[in-house]
Design a protein around this ligand. Structure first.
Ligand code: HH2
Length: 288
Protein backbone atom coordinates (compact mmCIF):
# COMPACT_ATOMS: atom_id res chain seq x y z
CA UNK A 1 0.00 0.00 0.00
CA UNK A 2 1.29 3.49 -0.81
CA UNK A 3 2.05 5.77 2.11
CA UNK A 4 1.81 9.53 2.62
CA UNK A 5 3.50 11.88 5.03
CA UNK A 6 3.31 15.32 6.59
CA UNK A 7 6.14 17.28 8.21
CA UNK A 8 5.65 19.41 11.33
CA UNK A 9 7.97 21.77 13.20
CA UNK A 10 6.90 20.31 16.60
CA UNK A 11 6.04 16.92 18.11
CA UNK A 12 2.75 15.42 16.92
CA UNK A 13 1.08 12.10 17.86
CA UNK A 14 2.57 9.24 15.80
CA UNK A 15 5.20 11.49 14.15
CA UNK A 16 8.90 10.53 14.26
CA UNK A 17 11.75 12.99 14.79
CA UNK A 18 13.72 13.28 11.53
CA UNK A 19 16.45 15.85 11.88
CA UNK A 20 16.51 19.09 13.82
CA UNK A 21 12.99 20.17 14.67
CA UNK A 22 11.37 18.09 11.91
CA UNK A 23 8.69 15.62 12.92
CA UNK A 24 7.28 13.39 10.19
CA UNK A 25 3.95 11.57 10.40
CA UNK A 26 3.76 8.82 7.81
CA UNK A 27 0.66 6.69 7.23
CA UNK A 28 -0.30 3.94 4.81
CA UNK A 29 -3.39 4.11 2.58
CA UNK A 30 -6.16 6.64 3.23
CA UNK A 31 -6.36 8.35 6.64
CA UNK A 32 -9.66 9.45 8.16
CA UNK A 33 -10.20 13.06 9.20
CA UNK A 34 -13.30 13.24 11.42
CA UNK A 35 -15.41 16.40 11.19
CA UNK A 36 -16.27 18.36 14.36
CA UNK A 37 -18.50 21.28 13.43
CA UNK A 38 -18.75 23.54 16.48
CA UNK A 39 -21.27 25.80 14.77
CA UNK A 40 -25.00 26.34 15.12
CA UNK A 41 -25.52 26.33 11.33
CA UNK A 42 -23.40 23.67 9.58
CA UNK A 43 -25.27 22.08 6.72
CA UNK A 44 -25.35 18.50 7.94
CA UNK A 45 -24.92 18.53 11.70
CA UNK A 46 -25.32 22.15 12.81
CA UNK A 47 -26.08 22.76 16.49
CA UNK A 48 -25.88 19.12 17.57
CA UNK A 49 -22.47 19.65 19.18
CA UNK A 50 -23.12 22.89 21.05
CA UNK A 51 -24.32 21.60 24.47
CA UNK A 52 -21.40 21.43 26.97
CA UNK A 53 -19.68 18.06 26.84
CA UNK A 54 -21.41 16.94 23.63
CA UNK A 55 -18.51 17.95 21.37
CA UNK A 56 -15.89 16.28 23.57
CA UNK A 57 -17.92 13.07 23.70
CA UNK A 58 -18.39 13.13 19.94
CA UNK A 59 -14.64 13.74 19.42
CA UNK A 60 -13.76 10.70 21.53
CA UNK A 61 -16.32 8.61 19.65
CA UNK A 62 -14.73 9.65 16.34
CA UNK A 63 -11.29 8.60 17.66
CA UNK A 64 -12.66 5.25 18.83
CA UNK A 65 -14.24 4.78 15.39
CA UNK A 66 -10.84 5.21 13.70
CA UNK A 67 -10.23 8.93 13.08
CA UNK A 68 -6.50 9.74 12.90
CA UNK A 69 -7.17 13.46 12.48
CA UNK A 70 -9.94 15.63 13.95
CA UNK A 71 -10.97 18.79 12.09
CA UNK A 72 -12.47 21.43 14.39
CA UNK A 73 -14.51 24.16 12.69
CA UNK A 74 -16.00 27.29 14.26
CA UNK A 75 -17.54 28.84 11.12
CA UNK A 76 -19.84 27.18 8.62
CA UNK A 77 -18.69 27.42 4.99
CA UNK A 78 -21.82 25.90 3.47
CA UNK A 79 -23.19 27.77 0.42
CA UNK A 80 -24.82 31.01 1.59
CA UNK A 81 -23.20 30.92 5.06
CA UNK A 82 -22.50 34.23 6.82
CA UNK A 83 -18.94 34.79 8.12
CA UNK A 84 -18.39 35.13 11.88
CA UNK A 85 -15.69 37.14 13.70
CA UNK A 86 -12.36 35.65 14.73
CA UNK A 87 -13.44 36.05 18.39
CA UNK A 88 -16.59 34.00 17.86
CA UNK A 89 -14.66 31.33 15.96
CA UNK A 90 -12.01 31.11 18.70
CA UNK A 91 -14.63 30.95 21.46
CA UNK A 92 -16.16 27.94 19.71
CA UNK A 93 -12.92 26.10 18.92
CA UNK A 94 -10.41 26.74 21.72
CA UNK A 95 -12.12 24.94 24.63
CA UNK A 96 -12.39 21.67 22.69
CA UNK A 97 -8.91 22.05 21.25
CA UNK A 98 -7.46 22.35 24.78
CA UNK A 99 -9.57 19.41 25.93
CA UNK A 100 -8.25 17.20 23.09
CA UNK A 101 -4.53 18.00 23.45
CA UNK A 102 -3.69 14.61 24.95
CA UNK A 103 -6.08 12.59 22.79
CA UNK A 104 -3.34 11.04 20.63
CA UNK A 105 -4.59 12.25 17.24
CA UNK A 106 -3.62 15.05 14.87
CA UNK A 107 -5.70 18.16 15.63
CA UNK A 108 -6.69 20.27 12.64
CA UNK A 109 -8.50 23.61 12.72
CA UNK A 110 -10.73 24.55 9.79
CA UNK A 111 -10.18 28.30 9.36
CA UNK A 112 -9.19 30.81 6.68
CA UNK A 113 -8.42 33.56 9.21
CA UNK A 114 -4.70 33.96 10.11
CA UNK A 115 -5.52 35.33 13.57
CA UNK A 116 -7.61 32.23 14.36
CA UNK A 117 -4.88 29.95 12.99
CA UNK A 118 -2.18 31.67 15.08
CA UNK A 119 -4.18 31.40 18.31
CA UNK A 120 -5.22 27.81 17.59
CA UNK A 121 -1.61 26.77 16.92
CA UNK A 122 -0.59 28.35 20.23
CA UNK A 123 -3.36 26.36 21.95
CA UNK A 124 -2.17 23.02 20.55
CA UNK A 125 -3.54 22.67 17.01
CA UNK A 126 -1.20 20.69 14.72
CA UNK A 127 -2.62 21.35 11.24
CA UNK A 128 -4.47 24.24 9.57
CA UNK A 129 -7.24 23.49 7.07
CA UNK A 130 -7.75 26.61 4.93
CA UNK A 131 -10.81 26.41 2.65
CA UNK A 132 -9.79 29.69 1.00
CA UNK A 133 -6.57 28.05 -0.27
CA UNK A 134 -4.16 30.50 1.41
CA UNK A 135 -5.76 33.60 -0.13
CA UNK A 136 -4.53 35.72 2.76
CA UNK A 137 -0.70 35.93 2.57
CA UNK A 138 -0.62 36.37 6.36
CA UNK A 139 -1.84 32.76 6.68
CA UNK A 140 1.34 31.54 4.95
CA UNK A 141 3.47 33.60 7.35
CA UNK A 142 1.60 32.28 10.41
CA UNK A 143 1.95 28.63 9.36
CA UNK A 144 5.60 29.00 8.29
CA UNK A 145 6.53 30.70 11.58
CA UNK A 146 4.79 28.00 13.63
CA UNK A 147 6.06 25.08 11.51
CA UNK A 148 2.48 24.03 10.73
CA UNK A 149 1.43 22.12 7.63
CA UNK A 150 -1.65 23.37 5.75
CA UNK A 151 -4.52 21.91 3.76
CA UNK A 152 -4.81 24.11 0.66
CA UNK A 153 -8.38 23.82 -0.61
CA UNK A 154 -9.63 25.30 -3.86
CA UNK A 155 -12.71 27.53 -3.72
CA UNK A 156 -14.10 29.81 -6.43
CA UNK A 157 -15.66 32.93 -4.83
CA UNK A 158 -16.76 32.95 -1.19
CA UNK A 159 -19.24 30.75 0.70
CA UNK A 160 -21.81 33.57 0.49
CA UNK A 161 -21.81 33.64 -3.32
CA UNK A 162 -19.87 30.63 -4.62
CA UNK A 163 -22.83 28.59 -5.87
CA UNK A 164 -24.46 31.48 -7.81
CA UNK A 165 -22.66 31.16 -11.16
CA UNK A 166 -19.58 28.95 -10.93
CA UNK A 167 -17.65 29.14 -14.19
CA UNK A 168 -14.44 27.55 -15.52
CA UNK A 169 -13.03 27.03 -19.02
CA UNK A 170 -11.43 23.78 -17.83
CA UNK A 171 -12.19 23.07 -14.19
CA UNK A 172 -9.66 20.25 -13.79
CA UNK A 173 -6.74 22.21 -15.22
CA UNK A 174 -7.64 25.44 -13.41
CA UNK A 175 -8.04 23.81 -10.00
CA UNK A 176 -4.87 21.77 -10.44
CA UNK A 177 -2.85 24.82 -11.56
CA UNK A 178 -4.10 26.88 -8.59
CA UNK A 179 -3.30 24.17 -6.06
CA UNK A 180 0.14 23.44 -7.47
CA UNK A 181 1.19 27.10 -7.72
CA UNK A 182 -0.07 27.81 -4.19
CA UNK A 183 1.74 24.75 -2.81
CA UNK A 184 5.04 25.80 -4.42
CA UNK A 185 4.71 29.33 -2.98
CA UNK A 186 3.80 28.08 0.50
CA UNK A 187 6.69 25.62 0.64
CA UNK A 188 9.11 28.27 -0.63
CA UNK A 189 7.89 30.59 2.16
CA UNK A 190 8.72 27.97 4.80
CA UNK A 191 5.47 26.04 5.35
CA UNK A 192 6.82 22.54 6.12
CA UNK A 193 4.29 20.55 4.07
CA UNK A 194 0.93 20.84 2.36
CA UNK A 195 -2.11 18.76 1.47
CA UNK A 196 -4.07 19.64 -1.68
CA UNK A 197 -7.88 19.53 -1.81
CA UNK A 198 -10.00 20.17 -4.94
CA UNK A 199 -12.83 21.60 -2.77
CA UNK A 200 -15.87 19.56 -3.76
CA UNK A 201 -18.95 21.83 -3.72
CA UNK A 202 -17.01 25.08 -3.26
CA UNK A 203 -17.98 27.17 -6.30
CA UNK A 204 -18.68 24.12 -8.49
CA UNK A 205 -21.65 22.70 -10.39
CA UNK A 206 -22.38 18.97 -10.39
CA UNK A 207 -20.52 18.69 -13.72
CA UNK A 208 -17.50 20.52 -12.24
CA UNK A 209 -17.47 18.22 -9.19
CA UNK A 210 -17.66 15.13 -11.38
CA UNK A 211 -14.81 16.34 -13.60
CA UNK A 212 -12.67 16.93 -10.49
CA UNK A 213 -13.50 13.50 -9.06
CA UNK A 214 -12.64 11.82 -12.36
CA UNK A 215 -9.42 13.85 -12.50
CA UNK A 216 -8.21 12.84 -9.01
CA UNK A 217 -5.45 10.50 -10.32
CA UNK A 218 -3.88 13.49 -12.11
CA UNK A 219 -4.03 15.62 -8.96
CA UNK A 220 -2.46 12.78 -6.95
CA UNK A 221 0.25 12.47 -9.62
CA UNK A 222 1.54 15.96 -8.71
CA UNK A 223 3.18 14.21 -5.75
CA UNK A 224 1.53 16.03 -2.81
CA UNK A 225 -0.86 14.30 -0.39
CA UNK A 226 -4.46 14.90 -1.55
CA UNK A 227 -7.53 15.32 0.70
CA UNK A 228 -11.06 14.64 -0.53
CA UNK A 229 -14.06 16.08 1.32
CA UNK A 230 -17.36 14.96 -0.15
CA UNK A 231 -19.09 13.89 3.06
CA UNK A 232 -22.89 14.41 2.93
CA UNK A 233 -22.55 17.11 0.27
CA UNK A 234 -25.31 18.24 -2.10
CA UNK A 235 -23.57 16.41 -4.94
CA UNK A 236 -24.76 13.14 -3.39
CA UNK A 237 -28.38 14.29 -3.49
CA UNK A 238 -27.90 15.47 -7.08
CA UNK A 239 -26.51 12.08 -8.13
CA UNK A 240 -28.84 9.83 -6.12
CA UNK A 241 -32.05 11.79 -5.61
CA UNK A 242 -31.77 11.02 -1.87
CA UNK A 243 -32.91 13.68 0.62
CA UNK A 244 -31.43 15.19 3.80
CA UNK A 245 -27.71 15.44 4.55
CA UNK A 246 -27.96 13.05 7.52
CA UNK A 247 -29.02 10.27 5.09
CA UNK A 248 -26.11 10.65 2.68
CA UNK A 249 -23.50 8.41 4.34
CA UNK A 250 -23.73 5.57 1.76
CA UNK A 251 -23.11 8.07 -1.05
CA UNK A 252 -20.26 9.62 0.97
CA UNK A 253 -18.61 6.20 1.32
CA UNK A 254 -18.99 5.59 -2.43
CA UNK A 255 -17.30 8.89 -3.34
CA UNK A 256 -14.51 8.45 -0.81
CA UNK A 257 -13.75 4.89 -1.98
CA UNK A 258 -13.46 6.34 -5.47
CA UNK A 259 -10.93 8.78 -3.97
CA UNK A 260 -9.05 5.95 -2.24
CA UNK A 261 -8.83 4.11 -5.57
CA UNK A 262 -7.32 7.26 -7.09
CA UNK A 263 -4.72 7.38 -4.28
CA UNK A 264 -5.99 10.19 -2.04
CA UNK A 265 -4.11 10.34 1.27
CA UNK A 266 -7.01 11.49 3.47
CA UNK A 267 -10.79 11.81 3.44
CA UNK A 268 -12.77 14.30 5.57
CA UNK A 269 -15.90 12.60 6.87
CA UNK A 270 -18.79 12.91 9.33
CA UNK A 271 -19.40 9.15 9.79
CA UNK A 272 -15.96 7.77 10.63
CA UNK A 273 -17.19 4.30 11.61
CA UNK A 274 -18.82 3.63 8.23
CA UNK A 275 -15.68 4.78 6.41
CA UNK A 276 -13.34 2.72 8.61
CA UNK A 277 -15.26 -0.43 7.74
CA UNK A 278 -15.51 0.39 4.03
CA UNK A 279 -11.80 1.24 3.76
CA UNK A 280 -10.70 -1.87 5.69
CA UNK A 281 -12.72 -4.13 3.39
CA UNK A 282 -11.59 -2.31 0.27
CA UNK A 283 -7.90 -2.27 1.31
CA UNK A 284 -7.98 -5.99 2.23
CA UNK A 285 -9.44 -6.74 -1.19
CA UNK A 286 -6.77 -4.66 -2.85
CA UNK A 287 -3.94 -6.33 -0.95
CA UNK A 288 -5.30 -9.90 -1.44
N1 HH2 B 1 -15.85 21.01 3.32
C1 HH2 B 1 -16.47 21.72 4.30
C2 HH2 B 1 -15.72 22.38 5.27
N2 HH2 B 1 -14.37 22.31 5.28
N3 HH2 B 1 -12.35 21.51 4.33
C3 HH2 B 1 -11.72 20.82 3.38
N4 HH2 B 1 -10.37 20.75 3.37
N5 HH2 B 1 -12.39 20.17 2.39
C4 HH2 B 1 -13.75 20.20 2.31
O1 HH2 B 1 -14.32 19.59 1.37
C5 HH2 B 1 -14.48 20.93 3.32
C6 HH2 B 1 -13.73 21.59 4.32
C7 HH2 B 1 -17.95 21.79 4.34
O2 HH2 B 1 -18.50 20.75 5.06
P1 HH2 B 1 -18.94 20.77 6.62
O3 HH2 B 1 -17.79 21.08 7.51
O4 HH2 B 1 -19.62 19.51 6.94
O5 HH2 B 1 -20.04 21.91 6.71
P2 HH2 B 1 -20.02 23.42 7.20
O6 HH2 B 1 -19.03 24.17 6.40
O7 HH2 B 1 -21.44 23.87 6.94
O8 HH2 B 1 -19.68 23.44 8.66
Amino acid sequence: MDSSSLTFGYPVPNAALQGAGRFVWEWPGTALMGILNLTPDSFSDGSTLTPPGAASKHAHNLIEDGAQVLDLGGESTRPGAEPVSAEVELDRVLPLLRDLRGAGVVLSVDTYKPEVAAEALRAGAHLINDVSGLRDPEMVRVCAAAGAPVVIMHMQGTPGTMQKHPHYDDVKLEVQAYLEATAVQALAAGVPSVILDPGIGFGKTVAHNLALLRGLPELVALGYPVLLGASRKGLIRALSGEGPASERDPGSVALHLWGALAGVAMVRVHNVRAHTQALRVWEALREA
